[in-house]
Design a binder for this molecule. Sequence first.
Ligand SMILES: Cc1cc2nc3c(=O)[nH]c(=O)nc-3n(C[C@H](O)[C@H](O)[C@H](O)COP(=O)(O)OP(=O)(O)OC[C@H]3O[C@@H](n4cnc5c(N)ncnc54)[C@H](O)[C@@H]3O)c2cc1C
Length: 321
Amino acid sequence: MENILVFVEHKAGKVKGSSSELLGAAKKSGATVHAMALGPGAKSLADELGALGASVAYVCDSENLKNYNPEAYLQMVSGVIKDKQPAICLAANTSLAKDLFPRVGAKVGCGVASDCTSLTITGSNATARRPMYAGKVSAEVVFSNSSTKIFLMRPNALGPATNSPGKKADLVDLPAPSTDLKTLIKEVVTGTSSKLDLTEANIIVSGGRGMKGPENFKILDELASVLGATVGASRAVVDAGWVPHDMQVGQTGKTVSPTLYIACGISGAIQHLAGMSSSKVIVAINKDKDAPIFQKATYGIVGDLFEVVPLLTAEFKKILK
Ligand SMILES: Cc1cc2nc3c(=O)[nH]c(=O)nc-3n(C[C@H](O)[C@H](O)[C@H](O)COP(=O)(O)OP(=O)(O)OC[C@H]3O[C@@H](n4cnc5c(N)ncnc54)[C@H](O)[C@@H]3O)c2cc1C
């Protein structure tokens, strides 16, 4: 049976949602699923990885892997790929993976397809679809000649994994990376937000220039808190300094694929659409009936967001209480 290696990212002792869906897709394909997790806490994921379908878990708990260090991670991942020769390697299309896997591809001589939005696995092969030219077209990608085929999947593209509690993965302890690295990551300063990152969020409420000012984002916060959503933004409002850059969705911001994307006062420029058009359901609220966002929207509400958003919040509160 073919082996699929899933590179797992984890946080606070849990497998990230974007990694668990990869395990689910690998398991569904009928392949033997191998998982790989690095950094402190990796070992403690064994039960969860087993329940998500991994039969083997390669782990390394080394403190040297606590923060992402390209050299150390490259050593670990390329080592496992060279040694185990999986037919396919899957990782979520996160900032870490986008930095790491081109290096892995170069080191082990494998092809890498990033930002894939769909994947069909057939035996040792797979076909992926990935948007190009800011989402204007999408390309179908297959590898004609690559021992391991590496696919970086856009979070939320594959859907949630099913869990089989009680199943265990065999733990394989990997030796720690060598210490003669040329770079040392001394500290990583993370943002203060406790909210789920946009790329992992299942529901996103985003605001654009139509919000008129930073003080009005509180109406989006209220809607987001009722829906369990994360708040995003267009570049126009980030450039205006109303919200921080980590909230920006689009070509030069984050690429998201939530189940529900609610765009409030966003015109729908191509650079914004590039980051969110693969959302499953798009709701646009805009007072201009000709705004381009309506061409992408599943549901369009032509109206003043300052009336519509509080109404939605009140109605969702009633339904979801
Ligand atoms: C190289 C490059 C990269 C870029 N990258 C990105 C990117 O990553 N992300 C991104 O978003 N943009 C990006 N842009 C910018 C992009 O081209 C647009 O300028 C930007 O998306 C516009 O933001 P907006 O929709 O919030 O503002 P606008 O285009 O000004 O739209 C505001 C909308 O709000 C509506 N509105 C106003 N008041 C109300 C109201 N009361 N109720 C309801 N609707 C209302 C208006 O009708 C209008 O449609 C990039 C541009 C370039 C050149």
